[in-house]
Design a protein around this ligand. Structure first.
Ligand code: FES
Length: 132
């Protein structure tokens, strides 16, 4: 049976998101430094990354209670949801804070893209070094 014309009429629009990884091996187990995926509108960048096999740390499970999912938005800041006061307070705890720092679990894909995100090498290393 073939696809009916209406099968995808309610699918959310697709937005291109590129992840640039400073340490791709620790995030994906591979050495490919850049991955571009098609994200559904409304998804947050953490879940888009995880779906693509990019294991961004997310110690609190994506509820804005840690800063381990810290990323840099290099392109398309106006294509994602604005940061809230809670996110701004939390992201200040992240190492390597920059003007384009965001918490990936708090960034919903809103526009048409493209969106380019950099995942710093310490994304995983910082967590490994936390005392237990
Ligand atoms: S996973 Fe904890 S703030 Fe994003």
């Amino acid at each position: 049976m073939g696809l009916r014309h209406s099968d995808h009429i309610n699918d959310p629009p697709i937005v291109p998101v590129t992840f640039v990884m400073e340490d791709p091996h620790s995030l994906t187990g591979k050495d490919q430094p850049e991955v571009t995926v098609n994200a559904p509108l409304g998804a947050h960048l953490l879940e888009v990354a995880l779906e693509a096999g990019i294991n961004i740390e997310h110690a609190c499970g994506g509820v804005c209670a840690c800063s381990t999912c810290h990323i840099y938005v290099e392109r398309g800041m106006d294509q994602i949801s604005e940061s809230t006061e809670a996110e701004e307070d939390r992201v200040e705890e992240a190492p390597g804070l920059q003007r384009n720092s965001r918490l990936s679990c708090q960034c919903d894909v809103r526009g048409k893209g493209p969106i380019v995100v950099r995942i710093p090498a310490w994304n995983r290393n910082a967590v490994k070094e936390l005392p237990h």
